[in-house]
Write a protein that binds this ligand. Structure first.
Ligand SMILES: [Ca+2]
Length: 188
């Protein structure tokens, strides 16, 4: 067999493998989350001398989030991520203006404002939320809605839908504009 044929064969197998992976496991091709996005701060004073403060914002979009714990809506407070520790006088790149309750809606609008095209995972909002108290995320980026430092995967059965479709990426799911993300926790 000529080198050309061998190379062609390798390329064909690689291409076939890619499509099989995409069909069987599309989530394995999901973008890598930018976990540091939860540290971003707009217009405020940051903890450290970096350039996170007054960067130009190029991306601004709004997924919506609803969290249900043991059958009850867990309220996402108004102004989550605004004027918080580490970003005094400013807003986190991921923040909330009005809670869903304030707008008389089940879902709370999440504002994502970033200087570049970033992969903003669901869990990064929980990191921001966690700085206001509970709920939060564990150090290894697992849900911790009761803020006890123990992964909720050990404590709850968790399910998630994105605009009505089941999703299994959970904390790592990269949010997009106008999606309705609903996460349900039921104590084991
Ligand atoms: Ca927990």
């Amino acid at each position: 067999m000529s080198l050309e044929k061998i190379l062609f064969g390798v390329a064909a197998i690689a291409t076939l493998g890619f499509f099989m992976l995409a069909i069987w496991s599309p989530e394995s091709l999901a973008p890598n989350p930018d976990w540091d996005v939860s540290d971003g701060c707009l217009g405020g004073q940051t903890d450290h001398d970096n350039d996170d403060g007054d960067v130009g914002i190029k991306y601004h979009y709004h997924p919506r989030l609803r969290v249900i714990v043991d059958g009850e809506d867990l309220q996402i407070p108004s102004n989550t991520g605004i004027d918080q520790n580490g970003c005094k006088g400013g807003m986190r790149w991921i923040h909330v203006h009005n809670s869903g309750v304030a707008n008389n809606q089940a879902f709370t609008t999440i504002h994502i404002e970033t200087p570049s095209d970033m992969n903003v995972p669901v869990g990064s909002f929980f990191k921001v939320w966690g700085r206001e108290g509970t709920p939060s995320l564990t150090d290894d980026n697992k849900f911790d809605i009761n803020g006890n430092g123990i992964s909720d995967w050990d404590e709850y059965d968790i399910s998630m839908t994105v605009s009505g479709n089941e999703n299994t990426l959970f904390e790592s799911y990269v949010m997009e504009d106008r999606q309705d993300i609903q996460i349900t926790f039921n104590k084991k």
